[in-house]
Write a protein that binds this ligand. Structure first.
Ligand code: TXA
Ligand code: MG
Length: 345
């Protein structure tokens, strides 16, 4: 029932894009690649399409969707105004992994924004996504195309694993280069506030905005301003522990934990890095990427979590990384994947 269609990511075939766009216009659901993760798209102006998205994902009703556009001109019809600083950001970072909150016009149904009077908007940096939105002729609401709570999908196979039979079509455009979702930014207060760290680093925003804060609600036990951030998220089936601190101490701690887990009969997965993978004498060791190139880590993160699940490990022991650049988003996802089960060494 779900059609899986391979599309060229550099030169998307127009007839395939048109077929997908037709489904969107008719109120159906199409999963498509973006530079961050795969999105589950529906017509953002259609309340019923939004309801279908929530149903397919099993998504909590209070978690608003991100609306995707392909041209800045589309903003006019859907938002009341542009907050200070946003123009410069859009000029610099769109298309790209930055989502900005706006006051919504009534044409955006409250089913899309979970009842909020703000709407989160971004322009994805991916030819397939941009062509799809253009051909559909409407903005496209799209959360990540996973079952709610599972790691976000970074390839078409991951989407199929979660949503086969529940959606009309998947456009397969290969793997997503960034691998973590967009940065969600609120410009409505006195200081720009990151509601969800993501693919656009805080340091990049600060070059334009000066000081930027991170929603204090993202700390364990607090109440985040972005509804989606309060749920356990990105979670593998396995129990997961994140070890933070100097790398040498992380390794020692993980070897220690893995030893006792294995001796009690548990299958242990170790999420290591290029620099550390040789250090582990036990466990199923996978490198998530290079500590000196956080993009290699972000792009692999969710697919590695899914891989550990397919390998049937009972416990994942993960190394922490630096919070610089993309590292902030990676650590945010690891905290949530581990359900805040963190050991500091
Ligand atoms: O990279 C991305 O952003 C991907 C791709 C597909 O574009 N989409 C994505 O959507 O990650 P989703 O639904 O998985 O995450 C949307 C996040 C949630 O944390 C949600 O709470 C927040 O954006 N959000 C959406 N609208 C909001 C609003 N009006 N106010 C505050 N937070 C909002
Ligand atoms: Mg998501």
């Amino acid at each position: 029932k779900t059609r899986l269609v391979a599309v060229d990511k550099d030169y998307p075939q127009q007839q395939l894009i048109n077929a997908a766009a037709e489904i969107i216009r008719a109120g159906g659901l199409v999963a498509f690649p973006t530079e961050t993760v795969y999105g589950l798209g529906g017509n953002a102006l259609d309340e019923d399409a939004a309801a279908k998205i929530y149903a397919a994902k099993g998504r909590p009703q209070d978690n608003p969707l991100i609306v995707h556009i392909q041209h800045i001109k589309e903003l006019e019809g859907i938002v009341e105004d542009v907050p200070p600083g946003a123009d410069e950001l859009m000029k610099t970072f769109w298309p790209g992994p930055l989502t900005i909150l706006f006051r919504k016009k009534p044409v955006i149904p409250s089913g899309t924004t979970a009842g909020l009077d703000t709407v989160a908007i971004r322009m994805p940096d991916h030819r397939i996504a941009l062509e799809l939105i253009k051909a559909a002729g409407v903005p496209i609401a799209a959360p990540s195309a996973n079952i709610s709570g599972k790691p976000s999908p970074t390839c078409a196979q991951d989407v199929l694993e979660d949503l086969n039979g529940k959606i009309d079509m998947i456009l397969d455009g290969g793997t997503c280069p960034v691998g973590v979702e967009s940065t969600v930014l609120d410009l409505s207060g006195p200081v720009p506030l990151i509601l969800r760290p993501g693919g656009l680093p805080k340091e990049e925003l600060e070059k334009i905005l000066g000081h930027v804060e991170i929603d204090p609600g993202l700390s364990p036990g607090q109440r985040p301003r972005s509804p989606g951030q309060k749920y356990r998220h990105y979670a593998p089936k396995a129990h997961m522990t994140l070890v933070e601190g100097p790398v040498k101490l992380q390794i020692a701690k993980i070897i220690d934990l893995a030893g006792s887990l294995e001796s009690s009969g548990k299958r242990v997965g170790i999420m290591a890095t290029a620099q550390t993978r040789q250090e582990y004498p036990l466990g199923i060791v996978l490198s998530v990427g290079d500590r000196d190139a956080p993009l290699t880590i972000s792009s692999n993160l969710f697919s590695i979590l899914r891989k550990f699940d397919r390998l049937g490990v009972d416990e994942i022991l993960a190394e922490g990384i630096s919070r610089e650049g993309l590292g902030l988003a990676v650590m945010n996802r690891l905290y949530k994947a581990a359900g805040y089960n963190i050991i500091k060494v």
